[in-house]
Design a protein around this ligand. Structure first.
Ligand SMILES: [Fe+2]
Length: 423
């Protein structure tokens, strides 16, 4: 190793490193308005270099790390908000002409687009069709944040499954230019009994110190970030915290952080996402599942209290969108529209929140990004505004100023559900 370092210092790259190939990535993590992390993997250990700049062909700035690794992670800083940067990887295989756009300034009202995808990494035909539908749909208006709703790599979240069913599937169209904010599901947690050793945590870089906005969580298991005028919270329905509690304990470590984070948020929109939903009649039944029942009983009151706009989840391989609801903690049969729906609906599925009207939270399950599932006999939920298990798909959210529009895009390329909230 000592000799290798001396050779590198002299600018001599050994033959085996010269032949190194990029076998994963690049992919983009923790992007804010002024910084971001670019990651990639090589087949043999090499040093890491990223060239970047505002215009091609001159990528005038560079960041170099001499440490030899196959898991490359380079942070670029002092960027300008809302700016497209071109970047090249050199490690030493050169991968040129990639691009990434930094986030708008915090609190900016400019239009942003979010892609929420759940239960996808199966290698199925449905996964490819959902991907291609999104690729076509976003041609005119690209994605600013790609959020994952868990069960990203089947069947056990192993690195080889991430490689085959996730990185290889989305690399060409999305990974090199789409800023990713992941969330794990129960399948991702099957990789290793010690959650610190999961491929999920080896593969991704999450903002644990509040560096992307929101309150410091101190763990990559759950985190928050800000994008434009939207506050996002990635909760973790699978993790056991250091105090031995999980999200189903409203006084536990994660729930306490969630409450403090939501209380501190000053942005007008709040979107929370995690894997196991509080309301579903898809492939999982939230009336009979103990874990999801507890999420509903223990955590929904937190969403009610802090007026979360949207809660997104996966786990059930369905698309299920509720009406804006509040205080519905019992089983499906206990739902009463006059009691639990809190909304001013100006036309079907289009809601206005103004001084005279508060609004409940819309709960969405979008878990058919690769999987396709069955439903319970009592499907859909009594609180449902639109639900389907007939087709796979994923959710596109557009937020501009005081207006949020959600569209569920099917694997057939058509929008099957649309709703909006105007504040
Ligand atoms: Fe799941």
């Amino acid at each position: 190793m000592k000799h290798l370092i001396i050779l590198l210092m002299l600018g001599v790259i050994p033959a085996w490193a010269q032949n190194a190939k990029i076998v994963r990535g690049p992919y983009l993590q923790n992007f804010t308005s002024t910084s971001g992390v670019i990651r990639w993997r090589t087949d043999v250990p090499t040093d890491s270099r990223v060239y970047y700049g505002k215009a091609l062909p001159k990528n005038t700035q560079s960041v170099y790390d001499a440490h030899l690794t196959t898991e490359h992670e380079i942070k670029i800083t002092r960027l300008i908000p809302n700016q497209t940067y071109f970047y090249s990887i050199a490690s030493p295989q050169v991968l040129a002409h990639q691009f990434v756009k930094t986030l708008p300034k915090l609190g900016s009202n400019q239009a942003i687009r979010i892609w929420a995808l759940g239960d996808f990494g199966t290698g199925s035909k449905n996964q490819l069709l959902v991907r291609d539908a999104v690729k076509n749909f976003v041609k005119q208006k690209p994605i600013d944040a790609w959020i994952w709703l868990g069960d990203n790599a089947y069947g056990s979240g192993k690195d080889v499954e991430y490689q085959k069913n996730v990185f290889e599937v989305y690399q060409d169209d999305f990974f090199s230019n789409t800023k990713l904010w992941p969330n794990p599901g129960n399948h991702d947690y099957k990789d290793n009994p010690d959650s610190k050793k999961l491929a999920y945590y080896q593969n991704f870089t999450m903002p644990m110190n509040g560096e992307a906005g929101g309150l410091k969580s101190g763990t990559e298991a759950y985190y928050s970030f800000n994008l434009g005028n939207v506050h996002f919270v990635s909760v973790n329905s699978e993790e056991t915290s250091e105090d031995g509690t999980s999200i189903i304990d409203s006084t536990g470590q994660q729930a306490q952080w969630l409450k403090r984070d939501l209380a501190a948020n000053k942005l007008p929109w709040t979107i929370v996402y995690f894997h196991e939903p509080p309301y579903s009649k898809g492939s999982h039944d939230t009336d009979t599942d103990e874990e999801m029942t507890k999420v509903r009983q223990q955590i929904v009151p937190i969403f009610d209290r802090y007026r979360v706009d949207l809660v997104l989840a996966g786990h059930s391989h369905s698309y299920e969108r509720t009406k804006p609801i509040r205080g519905h903690l019992g089983q499906n049969d206990s739902f009463e529209a006059h009691k639990h729906v809190l909304a001013k609906e100006i036309k079907p599925n289009h809601y206005v929140v103004d001084k005279s009207s508060a609004q409940g939270t819309i709960y969405i399950v979008a878990g058919s990004g690769g999987q396709l599932g069955k439903s319970q006999a009592s499907f859909p939920l009594k609180s449902s505004a639109f639900s389907t298990v007939a087709l796979g798909g994923s959710l596109i959210l557009d937020v501009e100023g005081k207006r949020l529009v959600g569209q569920w895009l099917g694997s057939d390329g058509k929008v099957h559900d649309e709703f909006s909230i105007h504040k």
